[in-house]
Design a protein around this ligand. Structure first.
Ligand code: ARG
Ligand code: GLU
Length: 713
């Protein structure tokens, strides 16, 4: 008995080793990986990384604004994240007089730090496996009763966890409902902007370099967490004081060595590692190409508009970045998946799974149908799923007309209630203000062209699928001409005039005469009635099958590294500081230097624009203690498995020190949302020494460097 357990352990650790870099692990389970991490060079214990009773690395890692990660780096609540994660705050404090986007911003002392209403940062207090408690008393119940019982168990557990401590608690399914974990959090809501480099550093390379290695972006910004005098979360207040954290990360000034251990702690959003072969085929061959095509069209219009006018460039810069970010990622994903022949890999894995299933009657009964059923379900519902994706691209990412229509529709749905409560006038004022904000970043000609091209593409793509009648009967060109000449949704003056004269008559007219609004209502109705119900059934049936499939994998392949798909909860991934060779004949080094910034700038591409100071400093080689062998590193890559949400995550060395801030993956890596390939998938981080150099030498903010704890060789 003992001997066989020993053999299993041995084989587990050797297999873990070969898969060392894949996986986003649950911090509370990290002790299972301690030996493997130590074999790769880690000097920490599992309890140093995650502990509930003592302070640990976990306490220095915060969920920033709900979508990014940030890390505490001083005893006074100093917080680092990406420039692109703090971008909307930076933008909101910027004006023509104080152009922080262009020139950067550095608070000289705490009183100059800038408050950010609405911005939060949360610490994970504990992560607890509550699977058995969620399932208590559900044995033998029918499916619907089981669900009710589980829901009531969950409410009770959450209520108990939050009693008298000011924490929030949430229970989330992992592995498609095979497991449930409770995550207890402490949320800080006074988070102030301390500093940011200019766009020419924080956004250096812009869209040209997005998802690309070699990279030279100083993608960081600096915040500080404030609390009440008891060190507890508090609303924004002048009487708040800097947070005194349970743990903060020391900063590594050490020499970097290729091959050294790296670990990333953060809040990855979504991965889909378990999709069946048929599902992946559908995504690669149909869904992603069609979405890319929709965005090709909108980007062609927006990019041309931005090139021809400075105003349009400013108006559309953040919208364009959002559309282009997904578009470029998907192109990289398909490319990577094709290169490694991901479908064949899936088919081979499925064949192995079925072979295993057939080796035991019990397994055959429990898991025998999962793969066949998943593939059949994809075939049955892929048209619905495709209709859904296209509707998202058209109605939510497409022409802005629909955004304005959605806002208006929401307001109109409460029109009677507002009127009855005497709140109508105040709300109309709000709507007008909102519309002014909307039209400030809107260009009628750009939106009209986007509408025309996307409408035509949407109709072509959906083909025989569910479409509003009007789109079947009228050409995109005619609709565009009519709507943009008359609709209140596409013109600020018409909209405000309408709002100022709003009454039940004009409302009726809107719904019967305004072609833009009518089209929105029809498309929305089509979406809600003909698309969403199918999608709900599809997702829930697929999750049920995935639950069985994953349970089968876990039971039948106990030696393989199992990890739950990312779901925006806290995870750890580990790997090495290393480059890659993603194409035959091409080799990527693991780091870049400031020299590359100058070379890129010389190309003349506007995405590589610099302020004069960068060139002066680099020319003087004024690198101070931040250099390594005469070079100043800017970015480095590691074989750590990351995804969206890991932006701002700390890259931590073998001893628990901060080496860099994660912000991207290389193009060849983006496939890792579906399948991790350890020879090509690399995360990209900005080196913390470059971050300190920018603070100290570039920005004269050495006081912030002094606030941190620097660890030298
Ligand atoms: N690709 C990174 C991410 O997915 C960075 C995006 C922001 N940078 C940009 N150039 N758009 O969020
Ligand atoms: N930039 C991404 C983010 O904001 C991280 C890059 C990735 O997807 O790995 O989360």
């Amino acid at each position: 008995m003992k001997k066989s357990a020993f053999i299993i352990l041995l084989s587990v650790s050797s297999i873990f080793h070969s898969f060392a870099e894949e996986g986003m692990l649950i911090p509370s389970l990290i002790s299972a990986f301690e030996n493997d991490m130590k074999a790769m060079g880690m000097k920490l214990s599992a309890a140093d990384i995650y502990s509930v009773n003592n302070s640990s690395l976990k306490d220095a890692i915060l969920h920033f604004g709900g979508g990014c990660t940030a890390e505490l780096v001083s005893s006074q609540g100093l917080l680092l994240t990406n420039h692109h994660c703090g971008y909307s705050q930076i933008q909101s404090h910027s004006s023509l007089e104080n152009d922080y986007l262009k020139y950067g911003f550095w608070a000289k002392n705490k009183s100059e730090e800038l408050k950010n209403p609405g911005l939060t940062a949360s610490r994970v207090v504990r992560i607890e496996d509550v699977t058995s408690m969620v399932l208590t008393g559900t044995k033998g119940l029918s499916d619907s009763d089981k669900l009710l019982k589980m829901q009531s168990n969950i409410s009770q557990l959450v209520e108990d966890a939050m009693k008298g401590n000011g924490y929030s608690a949430k229970i989330k399914p992992f592995n498609y409902g095979n497991d449930f974990y409770m995550i207890v959090k402490e949320t800080f809501s006074d988070v102030r902007l301390v500093g940011t480099p200019p766009n020419s550093i924080g956004k250096f390379g812009g869209d040209t370099d997005n998802w690309i290695w070699p990279r030279h972006t100083g993608d960081f910004s600096v915040f500080r967490v404030y609390t009440n005098e008891k060190n507890e979360p508090s609303d924004i207040s002048d009487s708040n004081i800097p947070y005194s954290p349970l743990h903060f990360l020391p900063v590594s000034m050490k020499k970097r060595t290729p091959g050294e251990f790296t670990m990333i702690y953060g809040f990855p959003g979504t991965t889909e590692q378990h999709l069946s072969s048929e599902n992946l085929r559908y995504i690669m061959d149909q869904e992603r190409p069609a979405r890319i095509k929709m965005r090709d069209k909108s980007l062609s219009v927006i990019n041309a508009g931005m090139r021809s006018s400075d105003l349009t460039r400013i108006q559309y810069s953040s919208k364009q970045a959002r559309i282009a970010n997904g578009w470029k990622k998907w192109i990289g994903q398909i490319g990577g998946l094709k290169t490694v022949d991901a479908i064949q890999i899936k088919l081979d894995r499925e064949a192995k799974y079925i072979e295993m299933v057939n080796s035991k009657k019990e397994w055959k009964d429990k898991y025998g149908n999962a793969i066949g059923d998943m593939n059949a379900l994809v075939k049955k519902y892929k048209h619905a799923d495709f209709g859904y994706s296209m509707a998202i691209e058209y109605l939510y990412v497409g022409p802005e007309l629909f955004k304005q229509a959605r806002n208006l529709n929401k307001f109109l749905s409460s029109y009677d209630a507002l009127k009855a409560n005497g709140e109508l006038d105040a709300e109309i004022k709000k709507q007008i203000n909102g519309a002014k904000g909307f039209f400030k970043n809107y260009d009628e000609n750009v939106d009209k062209k986007v509408f025309e091209l996307l409408t035509a593409e949407y109709v072509t793509q959906v083909g025989e699928g569910p479409l509003p009648d009007r789109l079947k009967s009228t050409s995109a060109k005619i609709l565009a001409d009519k709507i943009y000449a008359k609709s209140i949704l596409t013109n600020e003056e018409r909209f405000i005039k309408f709002m100022n004269k709003l009454n039940s008559n004009s409302l009726k007219k809107l719904k019967k005469k305004d072609l833009g609004f009518m089209l929105f209502l029809e498309a929305d109705e089509n979406f809600m009635s003909n698309i969403i119900p199918d999608i709900r059934i599809y997702k829930s049936e697929m999750d049920g099958l995935l639950k069985v499939y994953v349970a089968g994998k876990t039971e039948m392949f106990p030696n393989e590294k199992q990890w739950p798909d990312a779901n925006s909860t806290m995870r750890i991934t580990y790997g090495k500081l290393e480059g890659s060779a993603p194409h035959d004949g091409a080799k990527y080094t693991e780091h870049t230097t400031v020299d590359g910034i100058i070379t890129k700038n010389n190309s003349g591409n506007l995405d590589y624009e610099l302020l004069p100071r960068m060139k002066e400093l680099v020319k003087k080689k004024d690198y101070g203690p931040y250099a390594q062998d005469g070079e100043l590193w800017v970015c480095f890559t590691g074989s750590n498995h990351t995804t969206g949400g890991n932006s701002g995550s700390p890259v931590i060395d073998a001893e628990g020190n901060l080496m860099g801030i994660n912000f991207d993956r290389s193009w060849e890596s983006t496939m890792s949302d579906f399948m991790f390939d350890s020879s090509r998938c690399r995360n990209i981080a900005v080196d913390i020494k470059y971050v300190l150099w920018v603070m100290d030498r570039y920005s004269n903010a050495k006081h912030l460097v002094d606030e941190m704890t620097l660890v030298k060789d």
